[in-house]
Write a protein that binds this ligand. Structure first.
Ligand SMILES: Nc1ncnc2c1ncn2[C@@H]1O[C@H](COP(=O)(O)OP(=O)(O)OP(=O)(O)O)[C@@H](O)[C@H]1O
Ligand SMILES: [Mg+2]
Length: 274
């Protein structure tokens, strides 16, 4: 569902990579926390998925789409397949709760009739049925984040990514938002969440991937706990053995190549740290 194969990204002007040879495979319907210190590369990884940034090397396949072949002008169309939630909500201030959700569906080309049918259902799902006519400024932070989530999931994306969705919220509200994301995951959406919230991560027993200085230093497939460093016991040893190894698992749907992708030489598997 989400596949990164030896992805490296160095921002112009930076010496160190923001992502350094990152390989990941997230299966359909997984719920994954992405953790790491500030600057570890979490947001950069999210931007790889949304194609806000392109990798310097490596391959990214999202929901069967090889991002190498998504042309600039098709990026907005590609993004509509994803649900994206941000720390700062990014709501339209002059539109009501209802209109914020309806607008997202309108852009996606949904008919007025379908929109009228869908919006109340989605607001019900996120617990905001009674707030439909309020403007964002009349809502609490947690409620605003619910609107943002409603907007993201209204089109029923297969993948929802959330970059610190609870960063601006108090403790209780943080838990409520994560519970909502879990509910969305239960309906069959793959969810990837970055967070600095140790308590939430430790209470949920989900898969936890740790980034450190742009590298994946731990990938706890189940019952993950919040950790900022690698641990020899849980250091990943299931990276793709060579480029293309993991790609075979994912059905690749793409248009004709815009340019020939660089083919990298196979490299020896990373050794486990003793
Ligand atoms: N647009 C940019 N231009 C240059 N360097 C950048 C840019 N965006 C991020 N970086 C650098 O890339 C590295 C990773 O940044 P990133 O924002 O991905 O970290 P993060 O893990 O999301 O951190 P935080 O927890 O603070 O959000 C950092 O060293 C950062 O300075
Ligand atoms: Mg970030």
């Amino acid at each position: 569902m989400i596949l990164l194969d030896h992805v490296t990204k160095i921002y112009p002007g930076d010496k160190k990579p923001a992502l350094d040879d990152v390989s990941l495979h997230i299966e359909p319907n997984e719920f994954v926390f992405l953790v790491g210190k500030s600057g570890a590369g979490k947001s950069t990884l999210m931007k790889m998925i949304t194609k806000e940034e392109d990798p310097d090397t490596g391959k990214i396949i999202i929901g069967g789409i090889d991002l190498d072949y998504v042309k600039r002008r098709h990026i907005p169309h590609y993004r509509r397949r994803l649900g994206v939630v941000f720390q700062d909500f990014k709501l339209l201030p002059r539109r009501t709760v209802y209109e914020n959700v309806a607008f997202a569906l309108e852009i996606a080309g949904m008919s007025t009739r379908e929109i009228k049918h869908t919006v109340p259902k989605v607001l019900e799902l996120v617990g905001l049925a009674d707030q439909a006519n309020k403007f964002p400024s009349q809502l609490s932070g947690g409620q605003q984040q619910r609107v943002s989530i409603a907007r993201s999931v209204a089109r029923q994306p297969k993948i929802l990514i959330a970059d610190e969705p609870t960063g601006n919220l108090d403790k209780l509200t943080r838990t409520e938002i994560i519970t909502l994301l879990q509910k969305i995951n239960d309906f069959g959406t793959t969810v990837l969440v970055t967070t600095h919230d140790e308590t939430i991560v430790n209470n949920l027993n989900k898969r936890v991937i740790t980034l450190k200085a742009g590298r994946v230093v731990a990938d706890q497939k189940t019952n993950g706990i919040y950790r900022l460093d690698g641990d020899p016991e849980i250091l990943i040893d299931d990276r793709p053995k060579a480029p293309g190894f993991a790609l075979e698992k994912e059905k690749i749907v793409s248009a004709k190549p815009a340019k020939k992708p660089a083919i990298k030489k196979p490299r020896a598997p990373k050794k486990k740290v003793a």
